[in-house]
Every structure is written in C-alpha cells, then in structure tokens.
Write a protein that binds this ligand. Structure first.
Ligand SMILES: *[C@@H]1O[C@H](CO)[C@@H](O)[C@H](O)[C@H]1NC(C)=O
Ligand SMILES: *[C@@H]1O[C@H](CO)[C@@H](O)[C@H](O)[C@H]1NC(C)=O
Ligand SMILES: *[C@@H]1O[C@H](CO)[C@@H](O)[C@H](O)[C@H]1NC(C)=O
Ligand SMILES: *[C@@H]1O[C@H](CO)[C@@H](O)[C@H](O)[C@H]1NC(C)=O
Ligand SMILES: *[C@@H]1O[C@H](CO)[C@@H](O)[C@H](O)[C@H]1NC(C)=O
Length: 282
C-alpha cells in the first residue's frame, strides 16, 4: 500500500517537474566516470539526497549533518558514488559516479534542502559502450566479422569494394554478456568466383561506428605480381632505349655523348645501369 502511494507520489512529482522543467540528459560511457550535475542556492544546513527513480526509488547517495551518509545506499551503488564535499557549501551537489554500468541508466532525482528550502533536479542518464574494434578473419570459404562489448545493441552490415553485383549471404549472431553489453558476430559466405574484392564490415551503434576491411589474400598477391610484371617491362624498355639513344648521340657531333645521351642521369659519370636497379626496387 505504501509502495503504491510512493509510486503515485513520485509519478506526480515527476510529471509536474517534467512539465515545467524537463529532464536534464547526461550521457555516460560504460566503465568510465560520470558526473550527474546538480546545484542549489547555498544556505545553512545543506542536505543532499540522490535517488534513482526506478524500483520505488533507491537511495544512491546521501549527505546531511555535514557528512556522507551511505548506510541506506542501494547495493548497486556501493563504493561508486561521491559528492564534491568541499563544494557543497557553495551549492554544488553534483554526483560523481565511477565504473558506470549499463544498469545505471534511468532517471535520477537530486533533492537539495537547506534553510533556504528544497530544490529537486531530475537527470536522465544514458549509457553507451561505443564500438572499439572490428575484427575480420578468414575461415575456409567464409569471412567472420566480430566486435565485442557494445551498448546499445549494434547493427552489422557487409559490403565489398568495389561493389559486388552478387547478393552477399551472411548470418549474424548477437549475444548478451553478463555486463548487459552486446557481442556481435557475422559470417559471410564468400562466392568462389568472386575473389577479387575487398570485404568491408561495419558495426554501428548509437554513439559511433567502426569499419574493418579484409583484402582477399589472393587479390593482394596478384596485385603484387602485376607490379613486378610492370617493373620488368619498364626495365626491359629502358635497356632497349639506352643502346638506341647512345647510338643516336654518338652520331651527333661533339660533346660528351654519354651525358647528353641520358639527360635523367646525374652528371657524375655513373653508369646508366644504376637507374634500372632503382626502378626494380621501387
Ligand atoms: C561541481 O564540482 C565539480 C568538481 O569541481 C565540477 O566538475 C562540477 O562542474 C561542479 N558542478 C556544479 C553544478 O557546479
Ligand atoms: C527532499 O529532502 C527533504 C529533506 O531531506 C525531505 O523533507 C523532502 O521530502 C524531500 N523531497 C522529496 C521530493 O523527496
Ligand atoms: C563477449 O566478448 C567478450 C570479449 O571478447 C568475451 O570475454 C565474452 O565471453 C563474450 N561473451 C559472450 C556471451 O559471447
Ligand atoms: C558466381 O557464383 C554465383 C553463386 O555462387 C552465381 O550466382 C553467379 O552467377 C556466378 N557468377 C559468375 C560470373 O560466374
Ligand atoms: C539498426 O537497424 C534497425 C533496422 O534497420 C534500425 O531500426 C536501428 O535504428 C539500427 N540501429 C543502429 C544503432 O543503427
């Protein structure tokens, strides 16, 4: 019965407060530190009480009689809350919450009372665990893309570079961890006849997205091979050009035939052969 009254009371308070002020939104990052802001008119005998509006209002942190009072604190917040005690006398009632959990999401009320009266402030806390890394690996004729520890639930999408005309077949699995985070993993079937592509996997959540790429090893090998072929062609072309040029220059009357014969070579009298070596290694 008292519980019902309490819920109704909070409902009414919340309703009117939201009506005239609206909640203040605070975005916290999973496992990090977060400050829930609250301030009041400084006056004598300040008391600060932070409660969470879920489950009949659980006590998050209290301060009165000039010190922290955590004896009625909800277990979930044990050891994770503090106030800027030295600043309470100047009206700072902000709450410092450490080791943010997904379960910390929700609405909080900061109740500051003093000889000057009572002030309530409502804070809506949201928690994000952004995408950190996207891992791609090859497994036989499939490519596996995975990313762990994300909140809220992420989306995963596949694409190719360049864009493939074939439909990509994949299956995606999302798992919930004990910390209420999401692990996502997707398996893409690679068509046998479509290996000249870079496979791109993008994991998206509310706060960010990250992309991973897997260049087909076969393609990468072939591109290198092409480079070598091109190098060989260039080298053989230059070897052909040199005798032709030298021949032509010698025919011209006067001057140093070799220097004029190859304007690209520095005038140090180095043999042209050096240039070919450089070409090959580049
Ligand atoms: C309270 O103090 C903390 C620490 O100095 C500061 O980060 C925060 O912004 C202050 N909050 C208000 C409402 O003054
Ligand atoms: C705010 O705190 C004061 C003093 O602790 C208390 O009398 C009052 O009922 C509280 N208000 C709410 C809405 O919790
Ligand atoms: C989620 O990923 C983490 C980190 O890789 C791992 O330790 C955990 O076992 C995974 N949980 C589930 C339910 O897959
Ligand atoms: C490649 O294989 C897919 C099925 O694996 C098929 O639908 C497609 O027609 C094939 N394309 C070519 C060019 O052979
Ligand atoms: C994930 O995809 C669904 C359906 O397309 C969409 O409603 C949702 O907003 C997406 N979520 C994110 C984080 O992009």
């Amino acid at each position: 019965m008292t519980e019902v009254k309490c819920v109704v009371f909070w409902g009414v308070v919340t309703f009117f407060w939201t009506l005239c002020r609206g909640d203040r939104d605070v975005s916290c990052v999973f496992s990090e530190v977060c400050i829930l802001p609250c301030s009041f008119q400084p006056a004598d005998g300040p008391a600060v009480r932070w409660t969470r509006l879920a489950a009949g209002g659980s006590v998050v942190h209290s301060y009165y009689d000039g010190r922290d009072q955590v004896q009625h604190q909800n277990q979930n917040f044990r050891g994770r809350t503090s106030l800027f005690v030295d600043q309470i006398s100047s009206g700072n009632a902000s709450l410092l919450l450490t080791g943010v959990k997904v379960q910390d999401q929700g609405r909080y009320v900061c109740n500051c009372s003093s000889s000057a009266g009572t002030r309530l402030a409502f804070i809506r806390v949201s928690v994000d665990a952004p995408v950190k890394t996207v891992n791609l690996r090859r497994a036989e004729n499939r490519i596996i893309c995975s990313s762990d520890g994300i909140y809220p639930e992420p989306n995963l999408s596949w694409s190719t570079e360049p864009q493939s005309k074939f439909v990509l077949h994949s299956s995606t699995l999302v798992q919930l961890t004990e910390q209420q985070l999401f692990n996502i993993s997707s398996s893409l079937t690679v068509p046998d006849n479509n290996t000249d592509l870079t496979y791109v996997c993008t994991v998206t959540t509310r706060k960010n997205h990250k992309t991973g790429r897997l260049v087909n090893p076969e393609t990468a090998g072939r591109a290198q091979g092409l480079g070598i072929v091109a190098g060989v062609i260039l080298v053989s072309m230059s070897t052909m050009a040199v005798p032709f040029c030298v021949e032509k220059c010698i025919k011209e009357p006067g001057g140093d035939s070799r220097l004029r014969g190859n304007p690209d070579s520095p005038p140090t009298g180095k043999p042209n052969r050096l240039n070919w070596v450089e070409l090959k290694t580049s």
